[in-house]
Ligand binder design. Structure first.
Ligand SMILES: [Zn+2]
Length: 251
């Protein structure tokens, strides 16, 4: 059976009106930045790669720790990660890929097409991009390090990716079967529990209908056990079990 860990590598303060869709409140909110690690299978599986210290400095991230250091703290050498599921290509999920030099990266075809296509360059989208990290996609693809997939896939028995879109063109979420039931790693299909629980969108959108449908997909996949892991919510540490600073055991 698999074990799932959320590894926190940074924090950023913003306001509710900057973040939630058509939200009037100026109340402060804090985002936590995570990668997720799945252990207990034939090899470790990483979900997302975080970012490097250049983005941490440029974007006002507090308490940045290299995602590679967090993976190492969880007992896995970063070079020994053979597979990383990339939920989407925003800087905070993709720009740290070079920290995991042995990984094959699984990314949805629509996500690759979007960021290499006609509208990624507009400010509304490009603010979420690390352009150098996106350019590496081509090099890595020709080095057979990228697996471009189209739709839902079984990764290993008991681990699946599900394409939901909405927040980005090819956003995928991950389910993992554990002793406690299915864990749903929502990534940015639900940054906060408030998103999925009240069906509240965020401001960064490629398809609002898909974003709303993704909330329903998360609930359906989670079932009665409700082991939902929101993508950037500090509350993950309260709902699940912190085992060491920055390491939260989900199941
Ligand atoms: Zn994110």
């Amino acid at each position: 059976m698999y074990e799932v860990y959320a590894l926190k590598y940074g924090e950023r303060d913003t306001t509710a009106c900057q973040f939630f869709y058509r939200e009037a409140s100026h109340a402060p909110i804090t985002l936590h930045y995570f990668v997720w690690l799945i252990l207990g299978g034939p090899h470790p599986v990483l979900v997302d790669t975080g970012f490097l210290d250049d983005d941490a400095r440029a974007r006002g991230i507090r308490n940045y720790v290299s995602p590679a250091a967090m993976v190492e703290r969880a007992g896995v050498k970063p070079g020994d990660v053979p597979l990383a599921l990339i939920t989407h290509l925003h800087y905070d999920h993709w720009a740290g890929h070079s920290l995991f030099p042995g990984a094959e990266y699984w990314i949805q075809q629509e996500e690759v097409a979007f960021w290499t296509g006609p509208v990624g360059r507009y400010p509304a989208f490009r603010q979420s991009a690390n352009v150098g990290a996106l350019a590496n996609l081509v090099t890595l693809n020709y080095a057979n390090r990228v697996r471009i997939i189209d739709g839902d896939r079984e990764v290993l028995p008991g681990i699946k990716v599900h394409r939901v879109g909405g927040h980005t063109a090819g956003l995928q979420i991950v389910t993992v079967q554990t002793e406690r039931g299915p864990v749903v790693l929502t990534s940015d299909a639900s940054h906060f529990y408030r998103n999925v629980e009240t069906r509240q969108p965020v401001q960064i959108i490629t398809s609002l209908p898909e974003m709303l449908q993704a909330f329903e997909t998360i609930h359906a996949l989670a079932g009665a056990e409700r082991l939902i892991v929101a993508g950037h919510d500090p509350e993950v540490a309260d709902r699940f079990k912190p085992v060491e600073p920055g390491i939260i055991k989900i199941a």
